[in-house]
Write a new protein. Structure first.
Length: 241
């Protein structure tokens, strides 16, 4: 019988990527702290964030972890290999700038975050840019920036009072990119602050907030969907949109 020339995967060898990423997923690695709410999360379903605080899913999700990792690799490559050399597109001033914003009517709650680039654009004005990586830019090109991205950027713009902004999408598959000018929309900023207040109140009172699966950009991947608290979510065929 002819021997197969295809090499076999060694059964005792685990993926080094999974090995390292799964260690980062251990609960203590990024344990959420009540009173500190991340701008990158607040635009999603509030119930999802509440569950992340009170009973996080700690099971390692290889697909999700790899997507996050690839996103962070792209950010690092842009930071080290592109931004230091730009001249005509814009002038970067700082990267990874931290932002915080105290929630109104409370002394123990704030929204925190970190935006990607503080820059001077070709007109000489200061602007905030947030970078988003996507597997493919087809839908971004067709439909424009996602509402959750616009809201997250609005949070940074409102907190820093820098009203000019850009969203920069980079495709993981082709390395293509798209830019959108996105100046501050104040109602989005107020909406984000209100989300922070609702989450803070829900955690203090230990009350489940409402379901809002429509806020996620990939809601079908919500890791809480099999929980009893989410039985009526539209992701499970329920009526809650
Ligand atoms: S399953 Fe639905 S309701 Fe539950 S956290 Fe996820 S998006 Fe929200």
């Amino acid at each position: 019988m002819a021997q197969s020339i295809l090499a076999e995967q060694p059964a005792d060898m685990v993926s080094p990527i999974d090995e390292v990423l799964s260690k980062r997923e251990e609960p203590e690695w990024h344990k959420p702290v009540i009173g500190r709410y991340h701008a990158s999360q607040l635009a999603y379903c509030l119930r999802r964030q509440y569950l992340d605080f009170v009973s996080p899913v700690t099971e390692y999700d290889s697909d999700g972890a790899r997507k996050m990792w690839l996103g962070s690799v792209i950010h690092k490559v842009l930071e080290n290999e592109i931004l230091p050399f730009t001249e005509d597109s814009f002038t970067p001033i700082a990267v990874e700038k931290p932002v915080w914003y105290g929630l109104p009517n409370t002394r123990d709650g704030m929204i925190v975050g970190r935006f990607d680039v503080l820059l001077m654009d070709p007109s000489g004005e200061l602007a905030i840019m947030d970078v988003k990586s996507r597997e493919d830019l087809y839908y971004v090109d067709k439909e424009g920036p996602g509402e959750h991205d616009v809201r997250q950027l609005a949070m940074y713009q409102g907190a820093t009072r820098i009203e000019k902004g850009y969203l920069w999408y980079v495709g993981r598959r082709k390395g293509d990119d798209l830019f959108y000018r996105q100046d501050l929309k104040k109602e989005r900023f107020r909406w984000m602050v209100a989300q922070g207040s609702l989450l803070h109140q829900a955690l203090k009172l230990k009350e489940l907030p409402e379901m809002c699966p429509q806020y996620g950009w990939e809601p079908r991947y919500c890791k809480h969907r099999n929980r009893p608290e989410c039985e009526n979510c539209s992701l499970n065929g329920g009526g809650e949109q």
